[in-house]
Design a binder for this molecule. Structure first.
Ligand code: SAH
Length: 377
């Protein structure tokens, strides 16, 4: 599927040596204050460091010119600001999608994708290295779960691209006019965010906190395979983060084949959690539905889906399947996709077809990591 010569620029870099330092991005503000107080520093230092990191995207303590030099050295010896080392970057041939493969300090790898639209710069971030959910059409699922990302590793993905967008001289060049900023974030990369709830929400608080990264919560969407109890929990968080639920089928028999977590939380339980989320938050929920030829794309299934979603404040986002090499699943044709969408709309359910992005740079979930791993062996 990957066709490098025509469509993408791979920038392979050697993997960095393991870094034993703690990541500053994993420290809360009070923890940083305690650390600095321990170094005999006045109270205002924490605010200075925090601003360098989350407002000015500093990637080294040397940049923090309003800090005493000895302090910069002390901090640099103990802490890192860049827990993610880029090991591959790719730009789509129309220069509107940029994907990075990052190596974590323990050697695990994750992917992050920047998608450039007319009005938005949307970042698709990972929440885990690998995934335990086992969806049968997903590339990430094939390797299983390696581990949860820390809150700092989740935030670091955003800071990396915030830095790229702020810096006109950073390579590689996409079509975007820089300097600019990240306008939207979707948790639709590798992993199941609800399976790493604590760290994901710590990261979301940092990303939305006005004194930290400060992105409006409404510009962030969390996508889940459907861990129903966690959807209920999210409703009580009091942050206006958008919810997307990966549905992919309108009945339990088919959904359990595609997303095995359905055996633990079936459609009635899942839709019950979604209804109660909407009741509490009054927010419209997105249902994602990856269309697979001959599997979940028939007119009957479209009608069954429309019936199932009656009365739910929602919107269906139809995703053209990103085919994984060696997989039995193939994408639905454009005509059948449009037919499926129209049946939903006729049934009173708003439906859109997601733009296909970055397909030639393996921007689908988990796909670049697989290609790189295969090349390395
Ligand atoms: N674990 C979360 C988020 C990660 S994946 C979830 O399941 O929602 C983000 C979206 O991409 C999900 O809807 C997922 O089902 C979908 N997806 C995974 N593999 C895909 C593929 N090969 N083609 C199209 N969509 C895919």
């Amino acid at each position: 599927m990957y066709n490098g010569a025509m469509t993408a620029i791979p920038l392979l870099q050697p993997a960095a040596a393991p870094d034993a330092r703690l990541s500053l991005l994993d420290l809360s503000r009070p923890e940083l204050e305690t650390l600095l107080a321990g170094l005999g520093q006045p109270e205002f230092r924490a605010r200075q460091v925090w601003e360098w990191v989350y407002k000015r995207y500093a990637h080294s303590f040397d940049m923090m010119t309003n800090l005493p030099k000895t302090l910069r050295e002390q901090l640099g010896a103990a802490l890192t600001l860049t827990p993610l080392q880029p090991v591959a970057e790719m730009v789509s041939h129309d220069a509107d999608t940029l994907k990075a493969l990052f190596q974590l300090p323990d050697g695990q790898t994750i992917e992050t994708v920047l998608m450039l639209y007319e009005e938005r710069r949307t970042l698709c971030i990972s929440s885990q290295a690998g995934c335990a959910m086992g969806c049968t059409f997903c590339a990430t699922a094939q390797g299983g779960l390696a581990r949860n990302l820390t809150a700092g590793e989740i935030v670091a993905q955003v800071l990396y691209f915030a830095r790229y967008l702020a810096d006109p001289s950073a390579l590689p060049a996409t079509s975007v006019q820089r300097p600019t900023d990240v306008t939207n974030i979707v948790l639709m990369g590798m992993g199941e965010p609800m399976h790493n709830y604590k760290n994901v929400w710590a990261a979301l608080r940092c990303l939305t906190d006005a004194d930290s990264f400060g992105l409006g919560a409404r510009h962030i969407t969390l996508s889940t395979v459907g861990l129903a109890p966690m959807i209920e929990r999210m409703a009580d968080e009091g942050l206006q983060i958008g919810l997307a639920v990966s549905l992919h089928a309108p009945n339990d028999q088919l959904r359990s084949q595609l997303a095995p977590i359905n055996k633990a939380y079936n459609l009635d339980v899942l839709l019950g959690a979604v209804r109660s989320y909407i009741e509490k938050t009054h927010r419209r929920v997105t249902f994602e539905y990856a269309l697979m030829a001959g599997i979940n794309d028939s007119p009957d299934l479209a009608q069954e889906l429309a019936d199932k979603l009656q009365g739910i404040l929602c919107h269906v986002n139809l995703i053209p399947l990103n085919p994984i090499p060696g997989s039995l699943y193939q994408p639905t044709s454009d005509d059948d996709t449009e037919r499926f969408a129209q049946i939903l709309r006729d049934g009173g359910v708003p439906a859109t077809v997601r733009l296909r992005r970055g397909i030639e740079i393996n921007a689908g979930c988990g796909q670049l990591r697989r290609v790189i791993a295969q090349r390395a062996t």
